[in-house]
Each structure stands twice: as structure tokens, then as C-alpha cells.
Design a protein around this ligand. Sequence first.
Ligand SMILES: Nc1nc2c(c(=O)[nH]1)N[C@H]1C(S)=C(S)[C@@H](COP(=O)(O)OP(=O)(O)OC[C@H]3O[C@@H](n4cnc5c(=O)[nH]c(N)nc54)[C@H](O)[C@@H]3O)O[C@H]1N2
Ligand SMILES: Nc1nc2c(c(=O)[nH]1)N[C@H]1C(S)=C(S)[C@@H](COP(=O)(O)OP(=O)(O)OC[C@H]3O[C@@H](n4cnc5c(=O)[nH]c(N)nc54)[C@H](O)[C@@H]3O)O[C@H]1N2
Ligand code: SF4
Ligand SMILES: [Mo]
Length: 693
Amino acid sequence: MTAIDATHGTHTVHGTCHHDCPDSCGWQVTVTDGVAVQLRGNPDHPYSLGELCPKVNRMLDRVYSPDRITTPLRRVGAKGEGAFEPITWDEALAEIGTRLRHIVDTDGPGAIVPFISAGNQSALAILFGERFWNHLGAATLTGALCGAVAGAGTASTLGTGKALDPTELRHSKLVLLWGTNTRLTNRHLWPILEEARADGAQVVVIDPIRTITADSADWFVQPLPGTDVALMLAMMHVLIRDRLVDTDWVTAHTLGFDQLAAHVAEWTPARAEATCGVPAADIERLATMYGTIRPAAIRTLIGAEHHEHGAMFFRTITCLPALVGAWRDHGGGYARSVGTWSNELVDGLAMMRPSAERPRRQLPMVRMAEFLAPEAPDDDGPVRALFVIAGNPLVVVPNAEGVRRGLARDDLFTVVHEHFLTDTARYADLVLPATTQIESVDVVPAWGHLWMGWNEPAIAPIGESVSNTELHRRLATAMGFTPDVAPHLHDDDMTVLRETMPTVDVDALRHDGWVKAHSYPADGRPFPDGVFPTASGKVEFASELLGALGQPVLPTFVPATESPAGDPDLAARFPFALLTPKQHTRFLNTSYSPLPKHGPLEGAPYVEMVAEDAARLGLVEGQCAVVHNDRSSLELPVKITERLRPGVVAVPWGWWSSQHPDGRTANALTNDSLTDWGGGVAYSSTLVAIRPR
Ligand SMILES: Nc1nc2c(c(=O)[nH]1)N[C@H]1C(S)=C(S)[C@@H](COP(=O)(O)OP(=O)(O)OC[C@H]3O[C@@H](n4cnc5c(=O)[nH]c(N)nc54)[C@H](O)[C@@H]3O)O[C@H]1N2
Ligand SMILES: Nc1nc2c(c(=O)[nH]1)N[C@H]1C(S)=C(S)[C@@H](COP(=O)(O)OP(=O)(O)OC[C@H]3O[C@@H](n4cnc5c(=O)[nH]c(N)nc54)[C@H](O)[C@@H]3O)O[C@H]1N2
Ligand code: SF4
Ligand SMILES: [Mo]
């Protein structure tokens, strides 16, 4: 591994992609005279094998974009207008110090909210800043926009979020891709599935959208959004009825089978069909395949958690492998994020250094529209300052127009640390320039495979940009928490990395480029002995813990509030279910959409619906429709599709305000209810009405 100070000649530097993407690819950057001239996949990387993706193949366009923020900026126009003037770091930090000290004195530090999102999933980038916010006693955001619900639901049944290493799917004979768009969102897993297929495996996609992954599957099953639990309960019904249950495994390693069997007795495929829309014969076929083909694996990621009953989806789906004894087999079981394995390489608490004696105000991340409203969200009073770091809440948080009203408040002091003047940054009082991944050192614990990658900086920071860690060191000084007062706030990056990875040889990692999570069993099967870290030590079909939380003890289908069964009157006013998925190969959340080789090549946003719905609404291809609900409205051209079911429409997400015809984005419409448990978002439990403009 080459050090970075080489500003003359050509050399190659190895790094790891920072995006919130399961693949965490290894890359190599060619640097000539201090300038990165090429960024390519590292052919030696054990998972990505030299390939990147249509987003990051052009990452140097992002790094060297003329639109990059290179100095601190102070807002000179109205919030949202986008008028800023460059200022020095000293001026910016002086202003931050003055404003924050005043807020601490008048409202207390709990009126200050850091919003650290998923723009960079490297360990230092996400965690180190917590030292400062902890020391200050700022508010802390609970829950998450991504991942927390899937983990919480899984743990309700298995006692842990840990599951199968997805590379083990190579040994599967049946793979159910359930609520995950592998070819788009997890593209480096697809070749592994193709290898399994070459050995006779069948791949089934279960998704309300006929995605590009569905197009490539052996079979596609299309439930209505938010109804999978009914489908799963009917599969259980068939498995039990037809004696396809692995009785020995179930007796030895599960709790509550008799209760479950009685509970699903009424969930006939015909009954489930009426709820989820999948024909009863297809449910029979799916259950029979799942009960007879071994090894059978279920693969899921995040899409299915974005529902009001998102945790119940994961709590229920994790009962299926236990019923058929799938955990016995190599390549059997259930594969989700493996972050819970690879995060163990980094001691997160040591990186964040929370102070036990100082409880912090807690606000739900999902409820940003509410906690930024002028009226106080709780007894602790209104939020007075917001720091956005590696996030674009105005485009990514649900009920976005509510968020916009909050960001527009003149009495809210907003600071955004960014590469670009995003929709959110336009509302900032101060914008601070951030380094990109090739400008700062870090490690990237992966969530789609077990290799944590090293990231060596390839070039010096562009302009006056600073890393997330340096930002927090500077904020500490601005607040008077100088090295003599709080030395841990000023530790340098390499010191922190060396101190917080006790089981990792940092020099070897830096040299080799990656290290594999050591806690994953060498056997390849995550639960070879059938022991699970639940209270009972078993897979819990019946969960007293959930009962104590006020949730159903058994896996239970509950219709979303925004659905015909949940609220018939609301559904009469707003008859369409809205999905706002990741749809574009050139987008990674909101990070690339405005760049010339990304957004424009994907076209422009639209609302997709089947011809039958369009005809009923009097709409034709390309015509402008108004998509609306009580939260907001969007004007969008109609795109006729065969990828959806009647009654379901989709607006692609990731586009910026400036790319939407009326300046509002997909999340203007989405539901900001919290999920059943896990503190996530019900984006996809959203009803809308549509009319011609
Ligand atoms: N190209 C690209 N890749 C990405 C991203 C990106 O923006 N662009 N984003 C990255 C991020 S942050 C994440 S979290 C991952 C997410 O990775 P995935 O979870 O694979 O992706 P999503 O698009 O969020 O959701 C997957 C699928 O869930 C489906 N879905 C929605 N509701 C339901 C339901 O009720 N039942 C079922 N069965 N399916 C449902 C959606 O239609 C969608 O096709 O992708 C990462 N990779
Ligand atoms: N409707 C709808 N909404 C969704 C989703 C959906 O499918 N549909 N998906 C949800 C999911 S799964 C996720 S993960 C979230 C993602 O939400 P975000 O994390 O907010 O989205 P990103 O676009 O990945 O990153 C945000 C910003 O981080 C900046 N950034 C990147 N690296 C750094 C860095 O090192 N330092 C700093 N300071 N900034 C940096 C980028 O420039 C970018 O503007 O959105 C969620 N919102
Ligand atoms: S965004 Fe995902 S697929 Fe693309 S380079 Fe990064 S980790 Fe790999
Ligand atoms: Mo995500």
C-alpha cells in the first residue's frame, strides 16, 4: 500500500467504496502528480473481483466536479434560494461557536441535533463524531431510515440480527429473493447466484414490482405491497398441512410450534390470496418448492422494512427456514445484512465514547418533519440547531414537505457538511466542504459480505474540504473543548483506528486491503448446532418478549393503516398504493442524480402505472398527472408499465428537487409513521390519488 504524500510521478492507491451499498467494493486509484486520473475495481478484491458499478465507475467526475463545494459558505439569500458567499474556516467556526454556545445557555444542548446519515458508511466517518456530540450533550436520533427494522424483526425470532453469509448462496438449490432487487442494489451477488443456477438452483423473486431482477429470475411472484406476511402464513399452512416440516429440527430447536400450527390453520392459500393477491395455486407451488428443495435460502435486504409493519415482515420470514430445517444445510437458511458480523471488527463504543452519566434527549430520526416544526416535539422545547453530516434529509426523509417547512424556519440554525449544494444544503446557514472517500483514511465494515476494507487516501483534500473526523475536531475547538480539556475529541484518525480494532492487525489490514470478519463460523453455516441467542435458546415462533412489548406473540398479518383494509375511508379518497423505490443503475440514493453522466442519462422522474389504471383515470403515456394525498402533491408525466399490479403506482426516488417538474420529490408524499418496532420508516405504506393535471 502506497502512502499519499507522493505528489510527483504515478502511483496506485487501494481503497474501499464508502457508499451505503451492500457490496463495499475494493478499488484502486491511479494518481499522477497528485491528481487521481483513474479509479477502477481492484481485481484482487475477494468479493467485487475488479468490478465496480455504473455509479462509481465515474466517481472521479464527482471528486473533480466544478460544482463541488471547496470552501465554507455562508447563506446570503433566503433559505432554500441557494445564494451563498465563501467565507474562511475561522469565520465559519467562530459563528458556529457563538450560535451553539447561545443555544446551550438558553435552551440547553438538547436543542442541538446532529443528523448523521448514510452518505459515507465508513467507521470513522459515521462514529467518531459521536465523541463530540456526546461531550456536548446534544440530542441523539433514534431508529434509522435503513436497516434497523430488518435487524429488530430478525432478532425477535432468532435472538440476533446475524444470519447467513450471502456468498454461501453458491451452495443453494432454491433461492427466494424476497423484497430485494439484487441486480440493481447488490449487483456483485448476482454472479454468485448465476453460479448456483449453473448447478441447478432456481431463483424466485417475490416483489410487488417486476424489477430487473424479477426479469432474470426463474419465477416471479407479485404480492401487493405490505401483504407478504399473509403469503408467509399461508406457506406455513401448506408446509404443516402437507407434512413438509422438518419435525426433528423443529422439536429440538424451536419454541411454540403447536401454537403456530393452530394459528396458521386458518391461513389457507385461498384466504391469503384475498389479502396478498397471489393466486392460491402459486402459494401452493411456492410452499411446496420451499418444503421439498434443499438447500433452500431466503435472501432479503431493506425494501420490505419500509412498511408500517416492516418488523413483522422480518419476524415472520425468519420462521420459515426453521420450519423446513434449512439451517442444517450449507447454503440453507436466511441471508440478510451481515453488518452484525463485520461490525464486530470495530469497537464502535470505543470509537464513539458515550458518556454514561449524561443522558441525551432522544428524537426519532424518521419524525424529522415533526421534530423540526416550530412547536416543540416534546417537553424539552423546540429544536434550535441542526447539523447535517453525510445526509440529504430533504430528499431522503418521509413527509419531505414537512421537513422543508422545518428547514425554512428562520430561527433554526442549520449547518451542512457536504460535497455539493444539495436540496438540504440550500437551506443551511453555513455549508462546510467535505472530503470524498479518496481524500481521507478509514475502514469500511461491509454489510453485504464479510470483508472489511481499508481505505487509503489517494489525493490531498480538494480545496479546503475536511473529513468528518477533522470537522468534529474543529467543532470541538470552536466550542472550547480544546485538547487539554477533552483530548479524546482530538485523537487523530490513525490513533483511533489502532485503538478501536483490538482484534485486527492494522498494519496488515493496511497492507492487504481487507480483513474477513473472524466471528463468522468457518463451517459456513451460522447456526450449525441449532442454538440461537433468544431467551429460550431456540427459534421463537412464539415470542413472549414481543408480547411484553404489546406486539402479537405469534407472526400476525396486520394491514397497514394506509390501506383499504386498514382505513376504507382513506382508501376511498386515495385509492392507489405508492412505491418510491431505488430504480436507476446510475443513482446511489441521492448522491449522483444531478451529475451530467447520471441523472440526464436516466431521463427524468415519472409516475408509473398499468394501462388499465391510466385508462380509468383518463391518462395516456407522457401526459402530466397530479399525484397527491393529504401530505402533498407532485406533478409528473405518466409512464405506462407492465411491471406493477393494478392499484399500485411507483415514482422513482433519488432525483433532486431541481429535477422534478414542480420542485417536490417522491418523499413529499410518503408516510412518516414509525414502523411497528425498530424505529424505521413506513415509506411504502402510502396511499395517493391521481388525476390529470
Ligand atoms: N443502484 C443502486 N444500488 C443501491 C442503492 C441505490 O440507490 N441505487 N441504494 C443502496 C441502499 S441505501 C440500500 S438500503 C440497498 C437496498 O437494497 P434492496 O432492499 O434490495 O432495495 P430496495 O429498492 O430498497 O427494495 C427492494 C425491493 O423491495 C420491494 N418491496 C417494497 N415493498 C415490498 C413488499 O411489501 N414486499 C416485497 N416482497 N417487496 C417489497 C421493492 O419493490 C424493491 O424492488 O440498496 C443499495 N444499493
Ligand atoms: N422514498 C424513499 N426514500 C428513501 C429510500 C427509498 O428507497 N425510498 N431509501 C432510504 C435508504 S435505504 C437510505 S440508506 C437513505 C439514504 O439517505 P442519505 O444517507 O441521506 O443519502 P445519500 O444520497 O446516500 O447520501 C447523502 C449525502 O452524503 C454526502 N456524503 C457522502 N460522503 C460524505 C462524507 O464523507 N462526508 C460528508 N459530510 N458527506 C458525505 C453525499 O454528497 C450525499 O449528498 O434514504 C432513505 N430514503
Ligand atoms: S456503490 Fe456499491 S456496487 Fe458501486 S462501487 Fe460502491 S460498493 Fe460497489
Ligand atoms: Mo439504505
